[in-house]
Design a protein around this ligand. Structure first.
Ligand SMILES: Nc1nc2c(ncn2[C@@H]2O[C@H](COP(=O)(O)OP(=O)(O)OP(=O)(O)O)[C@@H](O)[C@H]2O)c(=O)[nH]1
Ligand SMILES: *[C@@H]1O[C@H](CO)[C@@H](O)[C@H](O)[C@H]1NC(C)=O
Ligand SMILES: *[C@@H]1O[C@H](CO)[C@@H](O)[C@H](O)[C@H]1NC(C)=O
Ligand SMILES: *[C@@H]1O[C@H](CO)[C@@H](O)[C@H](O)[C@H]1NC(C)=O
Length: 423
């Protein structure tokens, strides 16, 4: 029954929530049990934008499992903000809704989601019934053996929530100061996201539950069909794609028709054949710096080394243009411009930056890299991994995608793994 309604939701593309509320009403009139419930989550503060996108996939998978239990679970999208890397000064970067970065109708065609402010409105206020702070086991793996398990346990770290005068718990809550939790407890969890399902279905009966430190949970099936369905549903907002497309056309002589990268707004219809995409006549490079070079990592090149590699790739693939996405700081950027004066970068004006925010600029950088004829990224950067996935969706030959810079003195420079889409 729930599934039939879900199909209605998908076809109508109207607010998922409203349709589900109607679903509940119909069910009640048929004396069927129906319970609308909300899953909220947050991630460890230091984690970046692209790891957070990965945690979304795990939570979407959990919600799919929860919905099989009969209740109408909805995933509440945690507002973006206060990210360590989003350092552009003087611009407001908290309480950013997901709709600014991703297409909500696309997300909703995978699993029911609502923005946090919609949750507040529907829930009758900024109250969350239960927060579960996820943590590992204090004792680690017993007998050196890893097994899946979940138990209510005393909190290991200092709780990031404190009780107010009324007995409510206060905390960060994505910058929504007025938000309160009725109860906060700690749960030790070791395993895949869906090991939380029985706890949420049986042990806890309240309506809204938030999992904090959600990155503690692993993927249900990394790179399986469900993973890819959710990943494919994470379509970037139209305005960001359009800005990226305009930039490609204007500065990189790149258009979808010529480059065979025609994109379907409806991700469920997007099934490009591997190798069908040609890409624009430019080399795309993601050069992660900042914290990646502070640790003097062996797998990250010097600027000189990176430029040498880019030049040799341009020559090899007969490309006159190179687009560089990077988080390099001012000094490094100057040096890079000196070494590679012909490089093209997306550099928004102050007004555009205010509008797009650091997250939007990062997405545009990724979008342009995703459309290049040949791409090279940075070792174990989730920013680069997300570009790999985007190119896989567009149908690029894996040889043009799974490449990374090598450190100047790195001996065995293992290249990234090819993850094939399961449709
Ligand atoms: N615009 C832009 N921003 C970048 C680039 N590389 C890194 N950043 C910024 O730095 C942040 C950190 O990179 P992320 O990959 O998201 O961080 P992470 O999720 O911790 O993953 P790692 O790269 O693995 O550290 C990004 O979210 C961006 O804000 C880039 O090429 N262009
Ligand atoms: C959930 O309830 C079961 C049965 O009452 C109990 O054994 C288990 O420890 C509970 N789990 C958690 C995480 O509270
Ligand atoms: C808080 O949640 C825990 C775990 O679900 C429960 O055992 C406890 O009774 C709750 N406390 C209150 C005051 O509701
Ligand atoms: C753009 O690409 C097309 C097709 O590859 C080519 O014919 C044209 O000369 C290019 N234009 C510029 C300005 O490089």
């Amino acid at each position: 029954y729930c599934n039939v309604m879900l199909m209605l939701v998908f076809s109508s593309l109207s607010s998922v929530y409203n349709v589900m509320a109607i679903d509940c009403m119909i069910k009640k009139s048929h004396v069927l049990s129906c319970h609308l419930r909300y899953l909220l989550y947050d991630v460890n503060p230091p984690e970046g934008f692209n790891l957070r996108r990965d945690v979304y996939i795990r939570m979407a998978s959990l919600v799919k499992t929860l919905r099989k239990g009969g209740d109408d679970w909805v995933l509440v999208l945690p507002p973006w903000g206060r990210l360590y890397h989003w350092q552009s000064p003087k611009i407001h970067q908290i309480r950013i809704p997901w709709g600014e970065f991703f297409s909500l109708t696309s997300l909703q065609a995978n699993v029911p989601v609502i923005e946090y402010e919609e949750f507040i409105a529907e829930n009758g206020g900024p109250f969350i019934d239960q927060v579960l702070v996820l943590q590992n086991y204090a004792e680690g793996w017993t007998d050196g053996k890893w097994e899946e398990k979940v138990d209510e346990r005393p909190c290991i770290e200092k709780l990031m929530y404190s009780k107010d005068k009324q007995g409510y718990y206060r905390g960060w809550f994505w910058g929504y100061e007025e938000t309160r939790a009725r109860n906060v407890t700690c749960i030790s969890a070791q395993g895949h996201a869906s090991i939380m399902a029985p706890v949420l279905q049986k042990n806890i009966t309240v309506t809204s539950v938030m999992l904090d430190r959600a990155e503690t949970l692993l993927h249900d099936h990394y790179a399986g069909k469900d993973y890819w369905d959710t990943r494919r549903s994470m379509v970037f907002s139209k305005h960001l794609r359009l800005i990226g497309d305009d930039f490609r056309a204007k500065y990189l002589n790149s258009t979808d028709d010529r480059d065979h990268t025609v994109y379907s707004e409806d991700w469920t219809r997007m099934k490009a054949k591997l190798g069908s995409a040609k890409g624009g006549p430019y080399l795309g490079a993601h050069l992660r710096r900042k914290d990646f070079i502070w640790g003097h990592r062996e797998d990250v090149p010097s600027l000189k080394g990176a430029v040498k590699k880019m030049r040799s790739l341009m020559k090899k693939h007969k490309l006159d243009n190179v687009f560089v996405a990077t988080d390099a700081d001012g000094d490094e950027l100057k040096e890079l411009k000196r070494l590679l004066p012909e490089m093209v970068r997306f550099e928004p004006s102050t007004e555009d930056l205010e509008l797009l925010k650091d997250g939007g600029v990062a997405i545009i950088d990724q979008w342009i890299c995703a459309h290049s004829r040949f791409f090279i990224g940075t070792s174990v950067s989730t920013f680069s991994f997300r570009i790999h996935e985007e190119r896989e969706i567009l149908g690029f030959d894996p040889k043009t995608t799974y490449n990374r810079f090598c450190g100047d003195t790195e001996k065995e420079c293992e290249q990234p793994t090819h993850w094939k889409i399961v449709y």
